[in-house]
Design a protein around this ligand. Structure first.
Ligand SMILES: Cc1ncc(COP(=O)(O)O)c(C=O)c1O
Length: 394
């Protein structure tokens, strides 16, 4: 663990004392920002509403174990993952908190692992619930497995249609080896400024729950909200919220920026590996998609598309160098990219540049990349490859 100053240091010689600084490029994870975001979210929730931190996809690229440990210390009480191996990774690291598997699971191997590692699966259909029950029977599993009922209220992804929700819950309740731990649904448009579809999904969820209660079944825990719904409407918080993006310090939509103060957790940094001057008319990188309009000072930086910098950003991105935004030029290559650093002629090899993050007053965010690429910040965060070490700073 490094201090923020060590993490963002630019003096190469000074930094060489730290083994990880020998890296050409890395992802820095600010645990203070992560903890701050969880505390901000906690303040928004009523004391009885639990906070599930969604740490699937290696905590949206931030490193699942470190993130899980930090968010649990800061006010989250549940973890959400997509797959069984993601849950096992957290258990192997000694994490004891309840873990919900948000994805579908069916096979005997998955069911054995879920029971063994005390993970909690999502039940999406009667067929899946029967498979679980039969497999647990065959295993002589002696205590009921906590399961979470997923209703489809309009996302048209996993889950049983909300109109058959009561029937589904009744079936699962009668199965000997399963114990209903929660009933939940997922919102399709919570990040839209128009709440019509989100409200309709909520109405459907309420109606399904009313039908379930009318059967004399009291659901122990209800949850519906992702980051956007958590930030936009307290009426959707129910007993738990499932928050991903916001814990990583990004807003799911521009109109939600004023809701709470979030700080980006992830920064992407790399070193300058060579600095040189090129003459006017010189082409840069594969295909010469950039030709120097005049004499330029250029820097080669040791990070490329195989690290997760999208090649489609070629000639369309900026990078922070000594607190200034400079233009990236030419095609981004697999392991390297080039910058126009003519405004910083004394730039030295070994200096650290910031692709995503902050230097002084200047900032480049995952939203900037997402807007340029016509995608969403979630995809940008998940895109950084494991070739980039994750370095935690406080
Ligand atoms: C079922 C479910 N709940 C909650 C989340 C968290 O969403 P967000 O990152 O928008 O908070 C996700 C993420 O995709 C999800 O699939």
């Amino acid at each position: 663990m490094l201090s923020r100053e060590q993490g963002s240091g630019v003096a190469a010689q000074q930094c060489d004392t730290y083994a990880w600084f020998s890296q050409r490029a890395w992802v820095e994870i600010d645990l203070t920002a992560l903890s701050h975001n969880v505390q901000q979210l906690r303040r928004l929730l009523s004391p009885h509403t639990q906070l599930m931190a969604v740490v699937k996809a290696d905590a949206y690229g931030h490193g699942a174990v470190t993130v899980a440990q930090t968010v649990l210390q800061s006010g989250a009480s549940w973890l959400g993952v997509a797959t069984v191996p993601e849950g096992i990774q957290l258990r192997e690291a000694g994490i004891k908190a309840p873990i919900l598997i948000l994805g579908a699971t069916h096979t005997p191997e998955q069911i054995h692992a879920i029971a063994h590692w005390k993970l909690q699966p999502t039940m999406c259909s009667p067929k899946q619930a029967l498979i679980f029950s039969d497999t647990l029977e065959a295993m002589n599993h002696n205590s009921p497995l906590p399961v979470h009922i997923k209703l489809d209220t309009g996302m048209s992804r996993l889950g049983t249609d909300w109109q058959q929700g009561a029937e589904f819950v009744q079936l699962v309740q009668r199965l000997p080896h399963l114990q209903i731990a929660s009933i939940y649904s997922h919102l399709a448009t919570a990040d839209s400024p128009d709440p019509t579809v989100m409200n309709l999904q909520n109405q459907r969820f309420c109606q399904a729950i009313a039908q379930i209660k009318a059967l004399g079944i009291k659901p122990p825990c209800l949850h519906l909200a992702n980051s956007a719904a958590t930030l936009s409407n307290k009426a959707l918080h129910y007993d738990m919220v499932r928050v991903g993006l916001a814990i990583y310090g990004l807003y799911p939509a521009a109109h939600l920026r004023s809701s709470i103060d979030l700080q980006p957790v992830l920064q992407v940094k790399a070193r300058v590996t060579q600095v040189k001057t090129i003459a006017a008319g010189t082409g840069v990188s594969y295909g010469h998609q950039f030709v120097a309009p005049c004499e330029l000072r250029i820097a080669v930086v040791g990070i490329g598309y195989a690290d997760g910098v999208p090649r489609n950003l070629s000639n369309h991105m900026q990078v922070l160098v000594r607190g200034q935004k400079v233009a990236q030029i030419g095609a981004i290559t697999m392991d390297q990219l080039m910058l126009d650093v003519s405004s910083i002629p004394d730039l030295q090899e070994g200096e650290v540049v910031t692709l995503l993050g902050q230097q002084g007053q200047q900032q480049i965010s995952a939203d900037d990349w997402a807007n340029q690429l016509n995608t969403i910040s979630w995809e940008i965060l998940c895109g950084f490859k494991h070739r980039l070490p994750r370095v935690a700073v406080m």
